[in-house]
Design a protein around this ligand. Structure first.
Ligand code: ZN
Length: 115
């Protein structure tokens, strides 16, 4: 069984979560602009053809979905941090491997429970 996470590492992980959250908020604002309905007005489409801009819009929608999922996961991780349950698998309650948290601080399941 992995050791519980030392307090100083917990503080680092929280700072990392907050950094990632604010970075994500900035990029979500950009994506939000990109998924706006394509204007028929050629002026606003600029040099892109309508096909290109529709394709870009579609890619941005995929990106937006991924960003929203990630945003929810980071928010949930911060909530667990406040509740004092951060660093444990939400399914089985076992401490998460520190290496795993350093790569993905928002992770909520241990390797056995999947994800
Ligand atoms: Zn688990």
């Amino acid at each position: 069984m992995p050791e519980p996470i030392p307090p100083e590492m917990l503080a680092d992980l929280k700072a990392e979560l907050e950094r990632q959250l604010s970075r994500l908020e900035r990029s979500m604002a950009v994506t939000d602009e990109a998924v706006r309905p394509v204007e028929l007005d050629q002026q606003s489409v600029g040099r892109l053809s309508r096909m290109d801009s529709l394709q870009n819009q579609h890619m941005s929608q995929n990106l937006q979905e991924r960003e929203q999922v990630r945003y929810g996961a980071i928010k949930a991780a911060l909530k667990r941090w406040e509740a004092g349950t951060y660093g444990r698998c939400t399914q089985c309650g076992e401490p998460l491997a520190p290496g795993r948290l350093m790569v993905m601080p928002e992770v909520e399941h241990c390797s056995r429970c999947g994800g």
